[in-house]
Design a protein around this ligand. Sequence first.
Ligand code: ATP
Ligand code: MG
Length: 364
Amino acid sequence: MEKIILTGDRPTGRLHVGHYAGSLRRRVELQDSGEYSRTFIMIADAQALTDNIEEPEKVRQNIIEVALDYMSCGLDPARSTMFIQSQISELCELTFYYMDLVTVARLQRNPTVKNEIQMRNFEASIPVGFFTYPISQAADITAFKATTVPVGDDQLPMIEQTREIVHKFNTVYAPVLVEPSALLAANEASKRLPGTDGKAKMSKSLGNCIYLADSADEVRAKVMSMFTDPQHLLVSDPGHLEGNTVFTYLDAFCKPEHFGRYLPDYGDLDELKAHYQRGGLGDMKVKKFLNNVMQELLEPIRTRRKELEKDIPAIYEILKKGSEEAREVAAETLSQVKSAMRINYFEDADLIRSQSERFGRNAQ
Ligand code: ATP
Ligand code: MG
């Protein structure tokens, strides 16, 4: 079977290093691997509007930011189709039909939706569009017959829900849709990168992010004020690694060669960790090392972004062309979905013939 990638981000802000660790880095590797026949990358503006109803301008402004972040990280429009969700009206149609296959109780059980409702203080005033966004996400994934969805682990319940919808559709109607699999980051720390404040997830909505486009000074300041181990007061005190964001970031971003370049007293991360736990290693030294690691990662991304920013119309053109290409694929799936659901009346010559025969017989 063809291997196809679909993934995306909400244009609610610039992308951050959590996106990079959880999904973006993987997407670029997959795009470059040549193993996938197509890669679709969606800017999920319609989904962003489900919980940003008062802020359409924020969503509008961030489309270009996200597109710039994508391309600065190495997503290449020649190999990845980048598009804007709202421009593919077929996705709304698919969502509408999939709604028949999901119960309210099932949506209420979705742990990500539960958690996000709590985070946004929606309580009794949950917009229906927000509540049902897992269904629209199923439409996004299945419209492109995606086999592989590179995501952070907060998205696992969404992929599970999509698989259920696919299974139900294919059983009730006809085997048209493809069951996708989530592809998580290889290391634990990257699956859900915590915020610089130590909170469970770096998230645009929580304001605890290091953005891909932050300046070198901003990155340094954020790293230096990161949450570590509150009990590690003196350098000589033994330090703890659990919940220590600086070490979690090192797990996610540090490579063995960084030691030679920036911290030659240590052979690898395990040695550094052991020293920290023993006592005698100050937070400042570890933070300085992390800052070097982050600067090395982000510097080329920032430089490419500056280049791309010189021709903004070209970026919109890429998104427009990508949206047109994506739309063709989604339209083909929608057409298969409608025939499976027996709602393709005018394309079905057999239907019209058999109906005329039936009425012809009755008339005789
Ligand atoms: P919002 O707060 O608006 O929901 P977000 O920061 O959660 O924004 P999304 O656009 O919802 O970002 O997520 C896009 C993708 O990035 C998803 O695959 C998600 O799993 C992944 N992702 C987001 N934050 C992180 C994180 N901190 N660690 C790992 N992956 C993440
Ligand atoms: Mg999110």
